[in-house]
Design a protein around this ligand. Structure first.
Ligand code: NAD
Length: 501
């Protein structure tokens, strides 16, 4: 993302995107636009509308009237058909959408095409649930009443997403919310708006009525702020940093709105002395160097038994030093650049601080100017202590901090010594110990002898500062529905009006 331009400026060679409001592809009402930078080439490659509060207002109005219009009359079965169609269209357009994400964020094509080809599964999974959102019949202590519950859509959802995996993180919200019958105003990150804007055409082509899904973009963070605090919104579904999440939660609270928050993490990878060290090293690489470490579930804290520390660090640094960095479009590239300049500066700042606080660089530790673009070498830090900044705060970059434990009790204490609780892994061949640890680590997802596996079928979300609520799985339906209880008097008799029934 760079400077704001007037739309009348002739910007011909850049790819142009429009917002999507009430079924139409539109410019910002102000006519302003902003450009998005490709972090690999360092050049601007696309232009998006620079929307403002007035565009958000129009999108919220459209979402409200769609909810009260034909969309609200559709059955779950009808919604399921639309969701399946959308899934098929995402599959047909996976390559184009993946390329847009690579251009905007510098993430690897091999990673993004994998994500995009998997995304239809979310639409298929939740299409299967759309006509199975059921209430209960409740046998109460009052025999002359029939009591039942039903689940109704929460209403208009504001979906606010970050730059790191724009469509994956949007799909976590959109597939389930549409299945539940909600309508949407989506605000992607100002750093990577293109793939989300491109979804507008697919939503129209799938046949969703106008206004069911609206997409607004804007360079100013006030656009998200305006949407999160909008009185016409019923729920805010947010993925992003913990600091912004707290602001979003406050804005939502001022309207007594529902909120789900998927925030940052500082996830532990605990490696016991009996672990398959080759497998653990591979999981550590996947956990913190895949996606250049720019994932909320990055396994950025290595907590390793002191007896295998040196051997594991040798294996990890050997592989880290061999990681092929370069053009994210090339199929054999393993690590691309950091997604944008502020994030690049932030990661370098953490490395500088780690150095000042006494950490040892086992590999990496610096940027890589030779490649051009915003590259940082895969970094492993040893001799870190649990109180160092690099251990306490989310880096959101390719930086692994390693420290040791002596016994299981200490491993658990160190794993839980964090305000975050998004994910974590335990590497051991002892099945009893694996389950004991999984039971006691305070995080929303625990992998045993694996890392970085997600699915539409399995709930995902955080404990503590990592968030509120769950995305994916059956649990997600509850986040997008309100429960209504209906009492039906059966006897036809009148009752004492001054006594609680
Ligand atoms: P961010 O918090 O800066 O921005 C996220 C989104 O919020 C953007 O669209 C932004 O424009 C918008 N926004 C900014 N200020 C706002 C406000 N006051 N009110 C409403 N919206 C506002 O995050 P980012 O830098 O885009 O993304 C990186 C962060 O996201 C990391 O901290 C990472 O851990 C987190 N993340 C979490 C998950 C998860 O599922 N837990 C997944 C991916 C990323």
């Amino acid at each position: 993302m760079t400077q704001t331009l007037e739309v009348q400026d002739p910007v011909t060679e850049l790819e142009q995107f429009k917002m999507f409001i009430d079924g139409e592809s539109v410019d910002a009402l102000s006519g302003r636009t902003f450009e998005s930078e490709n972090p690999f080439s360092g050049t601007n490659w696309s232009v998006a509308p620079d929307g403002g509060p007035e565009d958000v207002d129009a999108a919220v109005r459209a979402a409200r009237s769609a909810l009260e219009g034909p969309w609200g009359q559709l059955t779950g079965f009808d919604r399921a058909k639309l969701l399946r169609r959308l899934g098929d269209l995402v599959a047909d357009n996976a390559e184009r959408l993946a390329r847009l994400e690579v251009q905007d964020s510098g993430k690897l094509y091999r990673e993004m095409i994998g994500q995009l080809q998997y995304l239809p599964q979310w639409y298929y999974y939740f299409s299967g649930l759309a006509d199975k959102i059921e209430g209960r019949s409740i046998p109460t202590d009052k025999p002359n009443f029939l009591v039942y519950t039903k689940r109704e859509p929460v209403g208009v959802v504001a979906a606010i997403t970050p730059w790191n995996s724009p469509l994956l993180l949007l799909t976590f919200k959109l597939a389930v919310g549409l299945a539940a019958g909600c309508t949407f105003v989506i605000k992607p990150s100002e750093h990577s708006p293109a793939s989300t804007l491109a979804m507008g055409d697919l939503i129209r082509e799938a046949g969703f009525p106008p206004g069911v899904v609206n997409i607004v973009t804007g360079v100013d963070r006030k656009v998200g702020e305006h949407l999160a605090s909008h009185p016409g919104v019923d729920k805010v579904a947010f993925t992003g940093s913990t600091a912004t999440g707290a602001a979003v939660a406050q804005a939502a609270a001022s309207n007594i709105n529902r909120v789900t928050l998927e925030l940052g993490g500082k996830s532990p990878q605990v490696v016991f002395e009996d672990a398959d060290l080759e497998a653990a090293a591979n999981g550590l690489i996947a956990g913190v160097f895949a996606a250049t470490g720019q994932t909320c579930m990055a396994g950025s804290r290595l907590i390793v038994h002191e007896s295998v520390h040196d051997e594991l660090i040798r294996l990890v640094t050997e592989r880290a030093n061999a990681i092929r960095m370069g053009d994210p479009n090339q199929p054999d590239t393993e690590m691309g650049p950091v997604a944008n300049r502020p994030q690049y500066e932030k990661v370098l700042g953490y490395l500088e601080k780690a150095n000042q606080e006494g950490a040892t660089v086992a590999c990496g530790g610096v940027g890589d100017d030779a490649l051009g673009g915003l590259f940082i070498k895969p970094t492993v830090l040893t001799d870190v202590t649990p109180d160092m900044t690099v251990v306490r705060e989310e880096v959101f970059g390719p930086v692994l901090s390693a420290y040791t434990f002596k016994d299981e009790e200490e491993a658990l204490r160190l794993a839980n010594d964090t305000p975050f609780g998004l994910a974590g892994a335990v590497w051991t061949k002892d099945i009893h110990r694996g389950h004991r640890m999984a039971d006691k680590i305070r995080a929303g997802t625990i992998w045993i002898n694996a890392y970085r596996v997600v699915s539409p079928y399995a709930p995902f979300g955080g404990f503590g500062s990592s968030g509120l609520g769950r995305e994916n799985g059956l649990e997600a339906i509850n986040e997008y529905t309100e429960v209504k209880t209906v009492w039906v008097e059966l006897s036809g008799a009148t009752r004492d009006p001054f006594k609680l029934g």
